[in-house]
Design a protein around this ligand. Structure first.
Ligand SMILES: [Zn+2]
Length: 124
């Protein structure tokens, strides 16, 4: 007697034919390539799944900014630089942007770290 398990692949193939099985598409929507490994699919924060997991495990994800974060920070930097060049103080800029002075200080430091702003000579 033959072992039924040996015939499982044949049964499965027949069942799939009967059900009109189509292999699932590996990607349901157009995905962009990862910046770390362009041959891999993007997972999050510009990284492929492997690198994302690696940075997650090593607590180094913060050095890989999200797209939204980059946009917000770039927007802030542009606005800040403009208002600053008009001679506004940080307190005035905070009022202008409708945020606290502390929020401006934090956004400013983020933008400088990201290389979007050159450090101020005065912090007033
Ligand atoms: Zn990668």
């Amino acid at each position: 007697m033959t072992d039924l398990r040996d015939q499982l692949p044949a049964f499965e193939a027949a069942a799939r034919r009967l059900l009109g099985h189509r292999p699932k598409p590996t990607r349901t929507r157009a995905s962009r390539p990862a910046t770390c490994h362009p041959s891999s699919a993007h997972y999050a924060r510009g990284l492929c799944r492997r690198c994302y997991d690696h940075h997650h495990d090593h607590g180094t994800l913060t050095s890989h900014a999200t797209t939204r974060w980059r946009l917000r920070t770039a927007e802030f930097a542009a606005e800040y630089a403009l208002l600053r060049s008009d001679g506004h103080t940080r307190t005035a800029i905070a009022a202008r942007l409708g945020v606290t002075r502390n929020a401006v200080d934090q956004a400013y430091r983020r933008a400088v770290r990201a290389g979007l702003l050159t450090p101020d000579r005065r912090a007033a």
